[in-house]
Design a protein around this ligand. Sequence first.
Ligand code: ADP
Length: 398
Amino acid sequence: MKILVINAGSSSLKYQLIDMETEAVLAKGLCERIGIDGHLKHTPLVEGKEVFNEDLAMPTHSEAIAAVIDKLTSPQYGVVNSMKEIDAVGHRVVHGGEKFASSVLITDDVMKAIEECIPFAPLHNPANITGIKACQAVMGKVPMVAVFDTAFHQTMPGKAYMYALPYQYYLSNGIRRYGFHGTSHRYVSARCAELMGKPIEELKIVTCHMGNGSSLAAIDGGKCVDTSMGFTPLVGLPMGTRCGDLDAGVIQFLMHKYGYSIDEMLNILNKKSGVLGVSGVSSDFRDLDNAAAEGNERAKLALDMFQYWVAKVAGSYVAAMNGVDAIVFTAGVGENSSATRAAIAEYFGYLGVKIDPVANSKRGEDIEISTPDSKVKVFVIPTNEELVIARDTRDIVG
Ligand code: ADP
């Protein structure tokens, strides 16, 4: 069985074609500048086929999908003979609200429910819907599955997901914490249990997804019991450009003082804050590491804040779960920055965490970075959201 995994943004579309017999990626790629002019980078991962990296007109997502199918089936760049070899499509969908606690086969009713979640993710869900419709237009009756970023967090109890606001806002408007990066937290926690050789039902795990956007999750017995993002991905840790937790009074103060509109204010909180805002240097942790090494105090402060918040939130999850067996680092920063991991692990001394510096300096695969006598296991596990989407699609399409 071969499954096409699609992650559609408003002007971009990422894809992977995965052979489920071996779980090997046959080809991957990225369409960019959809609706503007259009560019496709298509990378086949089988021998003898060429990379395609050129501008292509893509007025809408339909032309983008058609270009992807064309390249996947082309003699020069392709990895399958015809579209008939693609058995199903798995779509990443950002917000499933309270309607979806797991992945589902896409039907007209499901499309309607995803549309109803647009107010919760006004930038993302419309793009995901466009991607699904474009695929349906180009691929006809090929079965399609939606995999939601929010679904894994639907097991959170009310005490974790409720905001202490008048209850009517939850009842009438669905104002609550939903959490994001669920597919990543689910993948790395399951993989952590495999690496430990124990059933996930017996484990308490804190997963730290640290990328441009960052979130932590507390996973007790395989179920998410808390996570750091909320109604939107703005809150929790300070991130690349997002502010993380913030007193609403600051928003009122700044809007009043500078006459910002709500859109201007949200643009500052989403795009100009986080480690970029504090350091004034960059949102990229590599740049911050370099600047801090050269003595830039604000870059050092931004890194210190990020590490402190990861440790603080992780500590609160140890309390929430009444213990912890393993801590997992993943995503861009978590997988690549041994210095950040080591600095965060310093805070976990009270848990009996001990890091092996040699293991922590390795890269690129699943690695246990704690020492054998560490009381809590610590792992680096590269995330693989596409594989989860493909597996769910296979399981549902059968
Ligand atoms: P996204 O949230 O956009 O999916 P990623 O998970 O790909 O992001 O993470 C991207 C971030 O990873 C970059 O902004 C960069 O800060 C960080 N990163 C990548 N490589 C390194 C590295 N070697 N050291 C430190 N940070 C890194």
